[in-house]
Design a protein around this ligand. Structure first.
Ligand code: ADP
Length: 215
């Protein structure tokens, strides 16, 4: 049985949190809990939560803290998640405080926060050229659009509504204003580990695993 391990991946949109979460979760037998994926699934189902969060997501705004915190913590609880990468949550100080409290109430704590650092120009370039498989969600990079290309699984590629150029700038502003303060919050707790998110996927994942195996 693997020991409990709760790690947050922090970084701007486009920093590669989702990609790295998948790789590391697999390598280290951890769950990958993405708040964005939980919301996208709710939108796809068209349920009550999906209807509420859809407009926030489309414009690149944050879903209100109360809804987000409840969605993620309930999922964590229901699935009995004790060893996971939290990807995209917390994204505000209020969410981080709620997470700390919930873990503490359960006699647990956050073990580390990995900050995936990527310069702004690179983020904008990556997001505007990201295309995702409708079937299996694999991301691809096509600066000029996929031009008929399909996913390796055969699925159709589409551009997420919030990856369109108009929305990308807004998401980066929202990150600077609401999420960047978490860097200092976790630095003060002595939990922040900075990793460069520039380079190829394998190289970056090695940097992250090297940091995590020390824990
Ligand atoms: P990315 O990291 O590429 O911006 P995500 O998949 O993490 O995308 O999130 C997509 C959208 O879902 C966000 O722009 C926001 O509207 C909503 N969302 C996801 N996580 C949170 C969160 N922790 N708090 C508020 N809104 C969130």
């Amino acid at each position: 049985m693997c020991k409990d391990l709760m790690v947050v991946f922090l970084g701007a949109p486009g920093a590669g949190k989702g990609t790295q979460s998948d790789v590391i979760a697999d390598k280290m037998s951890m769950a990958h809990l993405s708040s964005g994926d939980l919301f996208r699934k709710a939108v796809a189902r068209g349920d009550e939560l999906g209807k509420i969060v859809e407009s926030y997501m489309k414009s690149g705004a944050l879903v209100p803290d109360e809804i987000t915190t409840k969605t993620v913590l309930t999922h964590m609880n229901n699935e009995g998640i004790r060893r996971a990468i939290l990807d995209g949550f917390p994204r505000t100080i209020s969410q981080a405080e709620s997470l700390d409290k919930a873990l503490e109430a359960d006699g647990r704590k956050l073990d580390a926060v990995i900050l995936i650092d990527v310069p702004d120009e690179e983020l904008i370039r990556r997001l505007a050229s990201r295309w995702v498989c409708r079937e299996c969600q694999t991301p691809y990079n096509y600066p000029d659009g996929p031009q008929g290309a399909r996913c390796k699984c055969g699925g159709e590629l589409f551009q997420r509504a919030d990856d369109k150029r108009e929305t990308v700038a807004n998401r980066l502003d929202v990150y600077q204003k609401n999420t960047a303060p978490l860097i200092e919050y976790y630095e003060k707790q002595g939990k922040l580990i900075r990793v460069s998110g520039v380079g190829d996927i394998t190289e970056i994942s090695h940097r992250i695993t090297d940091a995590l195996v020390e824990l």
